[in-house]
Design a protein. Structure first.
Length: 365
């Protein structure tokens, strides 16, 4: 398979503060205790499929990304086809993906590329690769293709993809591929429950596979000024003042609202409808605990160099990096993070709100 892999690596992971910080965000960390960073694990999953690898990251993190030695994790044919693109500032997902797609198109011509988050976790890699292979085949037919995750619960933490009844994949093939009817923003609990009851809805994991020529044509049609700027950037040396000016002139758009949603309205987006292959966005302490400890709400995670005693506190996540003894008593679903300069005490109930707190308190870095 010839898939040109794009990995945007820029989010600060603020809902995992203070484990994840601006200076060392979660994609650079071994959050799951597997002996590799989330970014390295992402490359490992995609390596057998990769014809090239492009990582788009902020200037502040480029050196750290380079130190991950990602080309050593690629097959021999792709080791020399690895590049790191440095963003002068964060421009949401469209900036990173469009710039990478234009660079790939310039170097390799019209090819199949796929964008995958740097900081997600996937347990069943074989099923995941099967889904990516199905997405590549659909992209060869001119579709923008996303990979939908079969929801295991009525989560309000993710957006949803609504599949139509139009089947695009060959008869009896697995996984099935459908036209996308629409994308849904993060729902209320009652809306999420109705999605699961209705069927045909999938979690949006932010994975997109496409032909570069098709993708850039859509970009040109929908956002012509944006497209022109991206094309000019391809021929300008990154790091120059002119490049930075071009980059800073780009509006900050997510790929979902800028490309996927309007193209879905035209029938141009497909979804690979997969079983849940153990996917998690590892987006907060609740999902991190579940990813490590399993689905049982009683399971706790206790780690770190400090000594911890957990009493009558099921479903807790404790990461104690201090030297003093820590006792957690009678706090179900507790989240306690101890670092030399800060201690966080909350519960998984507030896991999604932590990012807002960090954003509001500018000194929490």
């Amino acid at each position: 398979m010839s898939l040109h892999v794009i990995i945007p690596a820029g989010g600060p992971g603020s809902r995992l503060w203070p484990v994840s910080r601006v200076g060392k965000p979660k994609f650079l960390l071994d959050l799951l205790g597997e002996g590799c960073s989330l970014l390295q694990a992402t490359v490992d999953r995609l390596s057998p499929l990769a014809a090239s690898l492009t990582v788009v990251t902020g200037t502040d993190h480029a050196e750290a990304v380079a130190s991950q030695n990602l080309n050593a994790r690629l097959p021999a044919s792709a080791k020399e086809q690895y590049q790191i693109l440095e963003e002068p500032s964060r421009k949401n997902s469209l900036g990173a993906i469009a710039w990478a797609a234009a660079r790939i198109q310039e170097k390799y011509g019209s090819v199949i590329a796929g964008s995958f988050a740097a900081d997600h976790a996937i347990k069943n890699v074989a099923v995941f690769r099967g889904a990516v292979s199905a997405a590549v085949e659909a992209a060869r037919e001119g579709k923008i293709v996303t990979i939908g995750i079969a929801p295991s619960c009525p989560s309000t933490a993710y957006g949803y993809i609504c599949a139509s009844n139009t089947v695009l994949s060959p008869e009896n093939s697995q996984p099935r591929v459908f036209d996308v009817k629409s994308f849904k923003e993060k729902p209320s609990r009652s809306q999420a429950e109705s999605y699961l009851a209705t069927g045909g809805y999938f979690w949006n994991a932010g994975m997109f596979v496409f032909n570069t020529e098709v993708f850039l044509s859509h970009l040109n049609n929908l956002l012509p000024r944006y497209y022109e700027t991206i094309q000019e950037m391809v021929h300008v040396n990154p790091g120059t003042t002119h490049f930075t000016e071009l980059w800073e002139s780009l509006p900050s758009y997510p790929i979902d609202t800028a490309i996927a949603e309007p193209i879905a309205d035209e029938g141009g987006v497909a979804v690979v409808a997969t079983d849940n292959f153990g996917w998690s966005d590892v987006g907060d302490f609740a999902s991190l605990r579940q990813t490590i400890a399993g689905d049982s709400p009683q399971n706790s995670v206790v780690r770190g160099s400090g000594k911890t005693q957990l009493l009558a506190s099921p479903g807790a996540f404790v990461d104690h990096g201090g030297t003093e003894k820590l006792v957690v008593l009678g706090i179900p679903n507790a989240v306690v993070i101890r670092r030399a300069d800060v201690t966080l005490v909350t519960t998984t109930q507030y896991a999604q709100e932590l990012g807002d707190v960090v954003a509001e308190q500018g000194d929490l870095q």
